[in-house]
Design a protein around this ligand. Sequence first.
Ligand code: FDA
Length: 396
Amino acid sequence: MQNPDVIIIGAGAAGLFCAQAAGHRGRRVLVLDHANKAGKKILMSGGGRCNFTNLHATPADYLCSNRHFVKSALARYTPWDFLALTERHGVAHVEKNPGQLFCRDGARDILDLLLAECASACVEIRLNTGIRSIRPLPDTGFTVETSTGRHQCRSLVIATGGLSIPTMGATGFGYQVAEQFGHSLLPTRAGLVPFTITGTTLSALCKSLSGTAVAGVTARCNGTEFTDDLLFTHRGLSGPVMLQISSFWQAGDSLQLDLLGNGNGLHWLQEQQAQRADSELKTLLGERFTRKLASALLEHFGIDNRPLRQYTPAQLEAIANQLGNWQITPAGTEGYRTAEVTLGGINTDEISSKTMESKKQPGLFFIGEVLDVTGHLGGFNFQWAWASAHAAAEAV
Ligand code: FDA
């Protein structure tokens, strides 16, 4: 297809969804991607099972410097719309946490769905294609110069995603295009990413406990908190609760971790002391965590192991405070190498929230993660990819 109506750069979640939706509206669509395969991130997402949406998605689940920006697109293409599409394709799903839908048989099902929709809408997907330049045409439209030829189009959609996982083809290309057309960028950083820890916390806890998970940990930072599982790793701390809070963490900030669960630790310890005064603290914590973790925590916090009856109320309060109000300052994060998303990106004040069209360059659209829109963990980022792509597809 030499001169299609629409060129979409990026054959990821947002690009493929936009391509099929625009194709079904009768547009001739060409998708270009420099990678050798389409939808690589879809395949690795959700641990290979793609958490493709969240039924409870609301604008409050997204970080964006303009908190109203996501409302229109999310309202016009909902999780139920995407679920209906998966059902039409016979994609079996499982619901993990409430509302979090994963493929039962593997992420391939979502990519196959998108590719089948693209095929039925006569979309051409050209891979292994580097983009050399983009120039606006004098009246309307663009010339796109690529490693495999020159094209002209009326509408150009940038769906090149963020910076996370460069080995999967992530680049800052979308940001360069935005700047070329006079857009401003919000500073980018890795989000939904594991933390790196140094010092004795790393050597005495994280490394020796690597692979150990703790359920129901509350992590707090900068006025936000999440409760979910924590995972010790040989580099530091990961697991859903740490990934969630990482999006609210800035270098130098400390985190507050409540290993005993949402502020009720003292009450729980007092109850246990009343009910089983002869049990040792290590035994009690060993039942709640693992024996190895219980020993490591007592040693790390310098807590004497005794029968519960021997702790005074003040000592019990101190223990609850150590385990329930653990202040930790991460050395950093694992960065874009393992981050699920990129925070920041193209300033949404300069993009139409209804169509995703640039307010600076008619015919130019930005969708998906390249925009300054980042969802929490739980299927929200794919829902944004589908919803923003749908909004643009209605307008190209
Ligand atoms: P995406 O990154 O998907 O696609 C961008 C495309 O542009 C790629 O195909 C790339 O090759 C191409 N491209 C980049 N630069 C280019 C250039 N210069 N020239 C040509 N092409 C270029 N979200 C969720 O909701 N549920 C989940 O389960 C997960 N799980 C998950 C796991 C892991 C490990 C990661 C890294 C991420 C997730 N995510 C997720 C996040 C989700 O994958 C992400 O938000 C979407 O893929 C974003 O879709 P986009 O289409 O915007 O970018």
